[in-house]
Write a protein that binds this ligand. Structure first.
Ligand code: AMP
Length: 385
């Protein structure tokens, strides 16, 4: 029996990187994980070479992922993070040729992500042909968004023909965290109304009623919604027209501007929250404005989702900023006592890797910090088959 029995290899394949983690889906114990970066720019020419490198690294640790592949002694499954599932996928799906070609077809909706995801799947199938490969979609949790939340008010026929609607992303995280929240409160998920704030370099908010997402801040693409590390979040679409028409910018230039040169980075030159904090400490006014814009947008979504849900039992902060930046949590919810929302400063200052309550025990709304774990959620989904 090798040490990898029952583990799941989780792969997150980007255009020039491959993140991987081998873990036990039941305990969450991580055997080993890491990232291969700058694929194509270095002596790692492509994703196949990257995955080979990963296998070599495991082998150097005495773990042969190919040994016993497809048998109880080997790894149980490979779980692939896939960004866009479009209208085709609403749940984790065992990958066959048809599923893979559908993921490729959806590249028109996620040109930066789906081709890379598909490539990762292709090489993993090739190198581990006996092992079940499962795709877990970032959009799946939002598949059933109510029509009112999912629909853009644009020409109906055009939208239908081209599948233009709000899809939402970070779904694996929103679902995982919302389940953790219910477990933390010791209540059935079906009874809990909550707002989940996934604040990382990418950021999104969701309103979850009884375990089902009823609204989310990202849309057709991950560009909509909250202010992010390098993305604008919500802007007037007229701004895009103006950039093209009056400033003569090309679509690619606008894409680059809105996705990579905006958000905190665009406003303050820094997308890392720690660096932003240091700038604010040093009196940098651009950094302060960037922070204020970030918080303003965040509060706007909290307000919207309070109204969406009507009754809110919990608000959960997660991801790099949400889990670590106490000031963001305090500022996001300041002055909302009238809504039953209170952040206790002492509890909020505690650092921990565990789910925790930062509101007073008797406050009507439980404010929680819940570490996300997308790899574990993907591993569990992949192991379920
Ligand atoms: P993620 O995308 O979830 O990995 O989150 C990345 C973001 O989390 C970056 O903007 C980091 O600046 C931020 N972050 C990580 N650790 C901390 C920390 N201790 N305090 C504030 N922000 C942090």
């Amino acid at each position: 029996m090798t040490a990898v029995a029952g583990t799941v290899l989780v792969l997150n394949s980007g255009s020039s990187s491959l993140k991987y983690q081998l873990l036990h889906p039941d305990t969450g114990e991580v055997v080993h994980g890491g990232i291969v970066e700058r694929i194509g720019e270095t002596d790692v020419p492509d994703h196949k070479a990257a995955l080979r490198l990963v296998f070599d690294e495991f082998a150097a640790r005495g773990l042969d992922l190919t040994d016993g592949a497809g048998t109880p002694a080997g790894i149980a499954a490979v779980g692939h993070r896939v960004v866009h599932g479009g209208r085709s996928f609403h749940a984790p799906t065992v990958i066959d040729d048809h599923v893979l070609s559908e993921i490729r077809r959806l590249s028109s909706l996620a040109p930066l992500h789906n081709p890379a995801n598909a490539q990762g799947i292709e090489v993993a199938r090739e190198l581990l042909p006996q092992v079940r490969q499962v795709a877990v979609f970032d959009t799946a949790f939002f598949f059933d968004l109510p029509g009112a939340a999912a629909t853009y008010a644009i020409d109906r026929e055009l939208a239908q023909e081209h599948a233009l609607r709000r899809y939402g992303f970070h779904g694996t995280s929103h679902q995982y965290v919302s389940e953790q929240v219910a477990a933390f409160l010791g209540r059935p998920n079906a009874e809990v109304n909550q707002i989940v704030l996934h604040l990382g370099n990418g950021a999104s908010a969701s309103a979850v009623r009884g375990g089902r997402a009823v609204d989310t801040s990202m849309g057709l693409t991950p560009l909509e919604g909250l202010v992010m590390g390098t993305r604008t979040g919500d802007i007037d679409p007229g701004l895009v027209l103006h950039l093209g028409r009056s400033l003569g910018m090309s679509i690619d230039e606008i894409d680059e501007l809105l996705n990579r040169k905006s958000g905190l980075k665009g406003l303050a030159g820094e997308n890392d929250f720690r660096a932003l904090g240091a700038l604010i400490e040093a009196g940098d006014e651009d950094a302060k404005l960037a922070y204020d814009v970030y918080i303003h947008r965040l509060r706007r979504y909290v307000g919207a989702y309070l109204v969406d849900l009507g009754r809110v039992d919990a608000i959960a902060f997660t991801a790099g900023v949400g889990e670590n930046a106490a000031q963001v949590r305090a500022d996001a919810l300041a002055g909302l006592e009238g809504f039953g929302i209170v952040v206790d400063p002492e509890r909020n200052a505690v650092r921990s890797g565990e789910p925790r309550r930062i509101s007073p025990d008797d406050a009507p709304v439980a404010v929680l910090v819940v570490p996300t774990n997308e790899e574990l959620a993907i591993a569990r989904d992949a192991a379920r088959f």
